[in-house]
Design a protein around this ligand. Structure first.
Ligand code: ADP
Ligand code: MG
Length: 530
């Protein structure tokens, strides 16, 4: 049996979900978990570990372990060189996907052949392309690249014809993203998006970590430089942080943290202490929410719901704070780190014409799994698909302005940021020299009016313009962005019968054969022996 799924390829954790019966459900992985660390590690014997297995050896193999590869998506330089073999970010991501899917397939019984993969709303074209390639290298048919906040809306059961506007607050492991999304008249629309790229649960861990180091120094006069000892502190504080989401107090005990003098760390931290240690971090996210509302010219009263997404919104202070700010409109699912994968699954099912789904009666394993999950109780988010999901149109927005360089290093915006996509805009430019037959078009994205301060996406040359005095030959430059957020640039001269047109696809384009080659070259990921 072949399955289509939704995948949340996260910075720190990834998850895969599928519409089963009439619920979107995160698939259990082979070890019973529902999310998997987005970590890959290369062993000396040539084997490759991914997920928990990779995270477990991360301390011993810092130079052979790759974490947070999502931050590098779209970059052309390899993120790792192992035994002379270079790995691009999408190849490392493909290894994560491979491990994730094989773990899910074990429980699913059948092969996962197609998927919708989510990306942050601010992801550039290049980053979206790289994400799509990661899926294709794994052998997946990537049906769509979907923005994470849009996925969250779908998973929260908001129907496209429900007239409402939500603020999606996504606090993950390494990043914070906020988006305003509206639903109504059959479409979802991302109205605006903002965030902090180095701000997530890791930052909360770091405050606790620093606190432990401070106490160690007070107690012993020592600092802790040994990476293995530091890793033990990280593990201890992360687990204390998780405990504090459930309890008022947590004990941080790290036996024999120092051997000379012999020293065991043992302290109790209260939720209040933790919250005041990390209050600034929470404040920063709130400030960004208001900045976004300001930018898109929305008043808080125009927000109907605040949706909490991401593992770090399990911390009770997050919900409490947002309720203080926005009132009683804050919603959080019992498992906020599964929401994005579920939304992607709904989109995947809709694209595969599988919504609404009549129960997969022939498949006992699926039913068993479904019951298994339902038994997990109130933590499980249930979703009832609307009657007509297949007619749903999803609209997203551009996260950065797109345009071209003009004379004097000026940036001429063609598509301003936060424009709804799909979109197509044309601007006309004129030659600046007499008898100019060539125009070099530099396509950039960014917010600076100085072209060279923005990110160069691609350059191409339009030749064969008719000879004429400066300013008499015009060139139409058309930028269009499709449903997946992928940019196409097209330039043509419009002068009498002389007409030239060129279309480029931005970014490093890979042919089907190149992707096939990467797929063949991808090492096998070790499966744990059970
Ligand atoms: P990402 O999308 O960035 O990969 P997730 O949404 O999976 O991340 O969130 C991961 C973060 O959530 C980590 O920082 C982790 O420590 C945090 N987290 C997970 N569970 C809890 C919990 N019970 N309490 C507090 N933080 C948690
Ligand atoms: Mg996430």
């Amino acid at each position: 049996m072949e399955h289509t799924v939704g995948i949340d390829l996260g910075t720190t954790h990834s998850a895969v979900a599928r519409v089963i019966g009439d619920d979107a459900t995160v698939l259990k992985l082979a070890n019973g978990d529902r999310t998997m660390p987005s970590v890959v590690s290369f062993e000396d014997d040539g084997s490759v570990l991914a997920g928990h297995e990779a995270q477990n050896v991360a301390v011993q193999r810092p130079n052979k372990t790759i974490e947070s590869v999502k931050r590098h998506m779209g970059e052309e330089t390899p993120v790792a060189t192992i035994a002379g073999q270079e790995y691009r970010p999408e190849e490392i991501s493909a290894l994560i996907l491979k491990r994730l899917l094989s773990a899910a397939e074990r429980n699913l019984g059948g092969e996962i052949t197609s998927a919708v993969i989510t990306v942050p709303a601010y992801f550039s074209n290049r980053e979206r392309e790289a994400t799509k390639r990661a899926g294709r290298i794994t052998g997946l048919e990537v049906e769509r690249i979907l923005n994470e906040p849009t996925a969250a809306m779908l998973a929260h059961g908001v129907r496209a014809d429900t007239d409402m506007t939500a603020l999606v607050y996504d606090l993950g492991g390494g990043t914070f993203d906020v988006s305003v999304v509206s639903a109504g008249a059959g479409v979802f629309e991302v109205i605006g998006t903002d965030g902090l790229s180095e701000h997530g649960g890791d930052g909360w861990d770091a405050q606790l970590f620093e606190n432990v180091l401070r106490i160690v120094t007070e107690d012993t006069g020592r600092t802790i430089d040994d990476p293995a000892a530091q890793q033990r502190i990280w593990d201890a504080v992360r687990s204390a942080k998780h405990t504090l989401s459930r309890r008022e107090r947590a004990q941080i005990e790290i036996p024999f943290l120092l051997s000379d003098p012999q020293y065991t760390f043992d302290e109790t931290i209260s939720r209040d202490q933790f919250q005041s240690l990390t209050a600034d971090l929470l404040d920063e996210t709130i400030a960004v929410c208001y900045e976004l509302l300001d930018e898109i010219d929305y008043r808080p009263a125009e927000i109907d719901e605040v949706l909490l997404v991401g593992g770090s919104t399990r911390m009770p202070q997050v919900q409490a704070r947002l309720t203080d700010e926005f009132g009683d409109i804050v919603r959080r699912s019992g498992s906020p780190d599964e929401i994005v994968a579920k939304g992607a699954a709904i989109q995947a099912a809709a694209l595969a014409d599988q919504l609404p789904v009549v129960g997969d009666t022939g498949d006992e394993r699926l039913q068993a799994q479904e019951q298994d999950m339902a038994a997990d109780g109130p933590g499980l988010e249930t979703y009832s698909p609307p009657d007509e999901y297949d007619t749903v149109t999803l609209i997203d927005v551009t996260s950065r302005s797109l345009g071209i360089e003009t004379v004097g290093d000026e940036f001429s915006t063609v598509i301003p940021r936060n424009t709804t996509v799909p979109t197509e805009r044309t601007e006309q430019y004129h030659t600046t020299h007499d008898n100019q037959t060539i125009v070099k078009v530099k396509v950039l994205q960014g917010e600076s009016s100085v072209a060279s301060e923005n990110e160069l996406l691609d350059t191409f040359t339009l030749t064969g313009l008719p000879r004429a005095p400066a300013g008499e030959v015009s060139v139409d430059v058309t930028l269009s962005i499709d449903q997946n957020g992928i940019l196409n640039v097209d330039a043509e001269s419009t002068m009498g019968s002389q007409r030239e047109s060129i279309a480029i696809e931005q970014g490093v384009e890979f042919s089907g054969e190149e992707i096939e080659q990467m797929r063949r070259d991808l090492p096998a990921v070790s499966e744990p022996t059970e």
